[in-house]
Design a protein around this ligand. Structure first.
Ligand SMILES: NC(=O)c1ccc[n+]([C@@H]2O[C@H](COP(=O)([O-])OP(=O)(O)OC[C@H]3O[C@@H](n4cnc5c(N)ncnc54)[C@H](OP(=O)(O)O)[C@@H]3O)[C@@H](O)[C@H]2O)c1
Length: 275
């Protein structure tokens, strides 16, 4: 039984479909231990960002796990202030230095902040240097992608966007897949402090598969063909969130999860953000 599945990005790079998210995971031992626990449990994908302020601990967790660097897919992201200040190349090197790595697997523009067009040009240079194995974007709507593709020959490998049963973002995800861009789901469990996992329907479905509500939701994402980035700082949950490859949700159960959609975002709209 496979404990992971992968998706091949449009440049041939292979990304594990489940990754550990570390947004709001405190720098220091908490992040080091979360990353180590995940890697020991079989995760091979960690999703961080400059603005999470824990890149150094992610690097430390990777090294302490004993898993070879080349077996792990590491993503980090270019923050908005650095986009606006046209600092993409320096900011990228600073991220590498904090991670203690000489490359990342995926480097993303975190939000379409003013100046993202130049950032995309700079990221293509970073990609050409081999220090990012793939480059992509996050929180890009279809209109941002259309502008990008009008001005660049390089199609982003991925777009990391909000997606959960409450806000599936399905039209955008369908567009990404049609363009050959991998869709990555952020706040896949409804986010920290969210109400999703308390939905009775998830407990009811999970009981029939002997799985938790979180496992049902992660499985739903996998069956939609998206990359899913659950965050937890608890070892038991980190392990549980990868234990999703020994069952398949029926079409009726997928539809029951779809029915949890509220039409409301958990986070900011990429056309209206103030950070
Ligand atoms: N690109 C972007 O703009 C963007 C934005 C937001 C997030 N992200 C990425 O997406 C990742 C995930 O999103 P997120 O951190 O917002 O939220 P999330 O993964 O949807 O939800 C995290 C919450 O779920 C809880 N949880 C995790 N596993 C659980 C389980 N098995 N049972 C019960 N509760 C569980 C966590 O609690 P504990 O930690 O206490 O266990 C935490 O409160 C982030 O970490 C980050 O990597 C990217």
């Amino acid at each position: 039984m496979a404990i992971q599945s992968t998706i091949t990005l449009n440049n041939g790079t292979v990304i594990p479909q489940v990754g550990l998210g570390v947004f709001q995971t405190p720098d220091g031992d908490v992040t080091v231990n979360a990353v180590r626990t995940a890697l020991e449990a079989g995760y091979r994908h960690i999703d961080t960002a400059m603005i999470y302020r824990n890149e150094a601990s992610v690097g430390e967790g990777v090294r302490r796990s004993g898993v070879p660097r080349e077996d792990i897919f590491v993503t980090t992201k270019l923050w908005n202030d650095d986009i606006r200040a046209h600092r993409a190349k320096d900011a990228f090197q600073e991220s590498l230095d904090r991670l203690g790595m000489d490359y990342v697997d995926l480097y993303l523009i975190h939000w379409p902040a003013d100046g993202w067009q130049q950032a995309w040009d700079d990221m293509q240079e970073i990609y050409a240097s081999g220090r990012a194995k793939a480059i992509g974007v996050s929180n890009f709507h279809e209109h941002h992608l259309d502008e990008l593709l009008r001005n660049s020959d390089v199609t982003p490998a991925a777009d990391q966007v909000e997606s959960s049963p409450q806000f599936p973002n399905q039209p955008l995800i369908d567009t990404l897949h049609a363009k050959g861009i991998a869709a990555e789901a952020w706040s896949p469990l409804g986010g920290t402090g969210g109400s999703l996992l308390a939905a009775p329907a998830l407990a009811e479905i999970g009981a029939r598969y002997d799985k938790s509500p979180a496992q049902v939701v992660i499985r739903w994402h996998i069956q939609r063909g998206v990359v899913v980035l659950p965050k937890s700082t608890h070892a038991e949950r980190i392990r549980q969130n990868l234990d999703v490859f020994d069952f398949t949700l029926s079409a009726a159960d997928m539809a029951a999860v779809d029915a949890l959609a509220t039409g409301k975002r958990n986070g900011s709209d990429p056309d209206d953000f103030s950070f």
